[in-house]
Design a protein. Sequence first.
Length: 428
Amino acid sequence: RVAVVGGGISGSLCAMVLRRHGLEPTIFDMGKRALGGRFGSPRSGKKAPKDFHGAQFFCTTDATSRFSQVLGFLEHNNLVARWEGRFGVLGSHGGGFLPKEIIDGSILGSMQKDKGATDAEGSEHFGDFCGFLASGSKARLYVGTPDMASICERIASMAEVEIRQGVQVTDLRLDNGGWSVSSDACLPSDTGFDALVVAAHNPALAAAAVKRLAVDLHSEILQGGGQDVDGVSRGQIVERLNGLSGSLQDLRDSHKAPLYTLSAMFPTATLSETLSFDAVACPTSDKLQFVAWEASKPGRSGSEDSSEVWTAVSSSGFAQDLIRRGVSNEAAAEELTEHLLALLKPAVGERFGELLAPSASAKCWRAGFTTKSLGLQEDSIGLEPWRLAICGDFVRSYPSPIEAAVVSGMEAGERVASWFSQPAGQQE
């Protein structure tokens, strides 16, 4: 039995891999409506449209990468579909729309190639958004069908994984050779797990689990117990565990970037038939960094009640300002809508006066991105003597955080499965 804490894309894929190797994973996830983590799309606001507040898309540029292989698997099972449309960048202050095809051969395109492939954390300040402007003939965008929010739930269902939903995990403890998961809804069955995978986006949970291992091992040393591992002294192991715990906690404390997402519902055809794009990055705006028409994505209408839905993603700087001022989600939706309209005004032109104020909702992701990874060469962390694995977008740097999370979850599943596939005489 393996406890997987976190039901986002990393945790759900990890659980699927474990299940395929014959193990029995149980996902613990705090989402009350469904699994999904940052793929989720909770509703907020009394007059909110159908929300698209979670992750916007997958982007891959290498058809041979493991990430592309995972997307191929998801596409084969009708969980994602390729998103093709009129893409590019939109300048503020009348800068106009520049199609992606032109960008690829421009100075901006060359700069993206030089910078974007190695520094995902700086993408917001460089004019891109999660690889949206990735160039080359092999660049592909995919979205979940019928939406992004349902992907994780469908992965877990397809793999027949047990799910503990709406559970806030408060402690992870290794006792008598088995892991226990403490939560606000503890059950007797939440103990005695043979392994633990921490797949939560918040690195602090993994930091606490590793710190407890260091404390317990230090106590064993003081009592004269424990043994060296692979020639490494117990004192050195404690030091390494404390270092890992500190690095994970530092990511949470000092390297998180908040975001707001806006879902705005306009009367049908007011924007989609006027604007010359379906989705844009906004490199010159200090308020918004991405805008998309939902109906341009496969598998969804993006509209309800004779209206069309547009999604906008704030910059981290503007999100920090909104949080600092303590505005409500409703007030944030109003401010984001104001900036969206100001950004679109030059592109809409003469028909701008015909636009009616849309109904809108906003969601705050206080730790939308981790601005720095651990910089490891491996995609997940494995502490085999304690049967603990850690995965997420913060382990290793990739062009987009979603790619990092996907690959990390898959590797964590393979890593844990390998611990139980060794001949009995070779196991710890």
